[in-house]
Design a protein around this ligand. Structure first.
Ligand SMILES: Cc1cc2nc3c(=O)[nH]c(=O)nc-3n(C[C@H](O)[C@H](O)[C@H](O)COP(=O)(O)O)c2cc1C
Length: 221
């Protein structure tokens, strides 16, 4: 696949085919993401990949925790306030995404139900968790972002797709317990992975972006 086609075609997929993902394919994805740059080549990423019964059990526990309103144990704090422009874009995204799948944003029950799909990994056959050693360092979180983009692009290039999910890491304690992850590792992000369902309306939603002139300032060229 041509590079720019891959980067422009990628999106967050939220519906998947009932088709398993081969370990060999994911090994290739990991190899590519592992070439990501990192602060002084620290390579802070630690990866945990689940499928099959383990994945099902985890999805069940996470969904139960979300439904019962269990106290979250996220490694990263959520900002209390977002700058106005960002907040506006986030709200617009939520509205457009819900409308694309025929959900009225005022229908609290349906919105909640749709949110709960996060914890079932959007029915993807596989989930990847990316973590790093605590105490958390800003630069390492930055490095993980670049690593995760490497994963998402490598999936896209092979006809697979993923959805990065902060929501799932609200229950980092459950993920760590189920996968016997060492205490010193913090789970930063989850990625649902599978073969995207080409007929699912949710996958037809393509998020908007600002015009480049809105965020780039040029000096001397
Ligand atoms: C750090 C991070 C956390 C995210 N968390 C979630 C999430 O919990 N659930 C979800 O459905 N999408 C999540 N997303 C996906 C974003 O909503 C998505 O990337 C954004 O709307 C742009 O759309 P696109 O990825 O399709 O281009 C997350 C993305 C990032 C980078």
């Amino acid at each position: 696949m041509e590079f720019f086609q891959c980067i422009e075609g990628r999106r967050s997929y939220r519906a998947f085919l009932e088709k398993d993902v081969d370990r060999a394919v994911l090994k290739k994805v990991m190899g590519a993401a592992n070439r990501s740059p990192s602060y002084r080549n620290s390579q802070p990423w630690e990866v945990f990949i689940v499928a099959g019964e383990k994945r099902d059990r985890l999805a069940e526990r996470l969904t139960r925790a979300a439904i019962s309103g269990e106290t979250p144990s996220s490694a990263l704090p959520t900002p209390k306030e977002w700058p106005g422009a960002l907040s506006k874009r986030m709200e617009e995204h939520t509205l457009l995404r819900l409308r694309a799948i025929g959900i009225d944003p005022d229908d609290e029950g349906k919105v909640r139900e749709s949110g709960l799909r996060n914890y079932r990994f959007y029915d993807a056959p596989c989930a990847i968790f990316v973590g790093m050693h605590g105490p958390l360092a800003y630069w390492s979180v930055y490095d993980l972002g670049s690593f995760v983009h490497g994963i998402l692009l490598s999936l896209e290039a092979q006809g697979l797709g993923g959805c990065p999910q902060a929501s799932v890491t609200r229950y980092g304690n459950i993920i760590k317990e189920e996968l016997s992850i060492p205490e010193e590792i913090e789970i930063i992000i989850a990625i649902s992975v599978g073969y995207p369902d080409p007929d699912a309306p949710v996958n037809a939603y393509k998020s908007k972006r600002r015009e480049e002139a809105e965020f780039v300032r040029w000096y001397g060229l």
